[in-house]
Design a protein around this ligand. Structure first.
Ligand SMILES: [Zn+2]
Length: 121
């Protein structure tokens, strides 16, 4: 076949032009499929912030860190990473919510125990 670059005739089995070294068309990798539209990945940042403000600060911050990474990974084309971070953001938001709730219930329980034990609340 003939080189598209320099016109040199090459043996058919060659993957590179013997004259200029350019990759011959027949051996070129198949063209990349048209870029799929970037999927939307919910970054759960809202939940992370809510969890931080309302509940448990340390875990909420972990959630925010993950949520903040979603968009940057998405723009870098790392969809799997973005989804994974989004899931982590959601997970830590829920952990934060859960701990906040458990803390509130615990406070309530302690308060009630205190009220029962010494009659003052
Ligand atoms: Zn060539």
């Amino acid at each position: 076949m003939y080189c598209q670059n320099c016109g040199q005739s090459n043996p058919a089995e060659n993957t590179q032009c013997v004259a200029c070294g350019v990759t011959l068309a027949i051996a070129a990798p198949p063209p990349a499929p048209p870029a799929a539209p970037r999927p939307h990945v919910e970054n759960n940042l809202v939940w992370a912030i809510l969890a931080t403000l309302c509940c448990c600060l340390p875990f909420g911050i972990v959630a925010i860190v993950y949520a903040a990474r979603v968009d940057s990974k998405l723009s870098a084309g790392d969809v799997q990473g973005a989804i994974s971070d989004a899931n982590n953001a959601k997970l830590w938001s829920w952990i934060s919510f859960g701990l906040g709730l458990a803390g509130a219930v615990g406070y309530l329980g302690l308060g009630m125990m205190g009220a029962l034990s010494d009659g003052t609340y």
